[in-house]
Design a binder for this molecule. Structure first.
Ligand code: SF4
Ligand code: SF4
Length: 181
């Protein structure tokens, strides 16, 4: 009889301990709720409202131009070589005096990035000698068709500047027939 009474007491003490723990957790949770009651809501009404991304954010790529409208890309394929995902395809062609796309001898006739492969590491941007390929801040990349994830040059190239050059065109031709950047 003495042993049975002792076991019941131990059970009651354990139960009381559990109840006390539950009440403490409840009070802690409610304290967090009340702490936030008076604060303004932080819900962002996406997609109408967008939160700014970090300046270092690496989003969709852009192919840049110089101030005079010439394409920065010279079709050297360094970005394709450095890409760990083999996501870039570059096909270079010769510039001519009648049809000049970029300074120097060559430009990228075709430039494609497969964004399904891309891991947004930024290596292409790092190695580019002319700062032609830049990872921008666009993160809305969802699509329905696999083919639409191949970003062609036409999609990547930024528009022609609307204003004329504000400073001497960069790059400029040199007397030796080369270009300075
Ligand atoms: S983006 Fe830069 S690295 Fe890539 S082909 Fe063009 S110039 Fe070369
Ligand atoms: S960000 Fe990285 S993975 Fe994506 S294309 Fe550039 S080098 Fe390749």
């Amino acid at each position: 009889m003495g042993e049975v009474g002792c076991s019941a007491r131990v059970q009651r003490e354990a139960m009381a301990h559990d109840v006390a723990k539950d009440i403490a957790a409840l009070v802690k949770g409610l304290a967090t709720t009340f702490k936030h009651l008076g604060r303004p809501a932080t819900t962002v009404q996406y997609p109408e409202e967008k939160r700014p991304v970090s300046p270092r954010y690496r989003g969709r790529h852009m192919l840049m131009r110089y101030e005079d409208g010439l394409e920065r890309c010279i079709g050297c394929s360094l970005c394709a070589g450095a890409c760990p995902s083999r996501a870039i395809y570059v096909e270079a062609a010769e510039n001519t005096d009648g049809e000049r796309h970029s300074p120097g001898e060559r430009y990228a006739r075709r430039y494609e990035i497969n964004l399904i492969r891309c891991i947004f590491c930024g290596m292409c941007e790092e190695v580019c000698p002319t700062q032609a390929i830049v990872l921008g801040h666009d993160y809305e990349l969802a699509d329905y068709d696999r083919a639409d994830f191949i970003y062609t040059k036409e999609r990547l190239l930024v528009p022609q500047p609307t204003k004329g050059p504000t400073s001497p065109p960069t790059p400029s031709p040199t007397r030796g027939g080369g270009w300075v950047r």
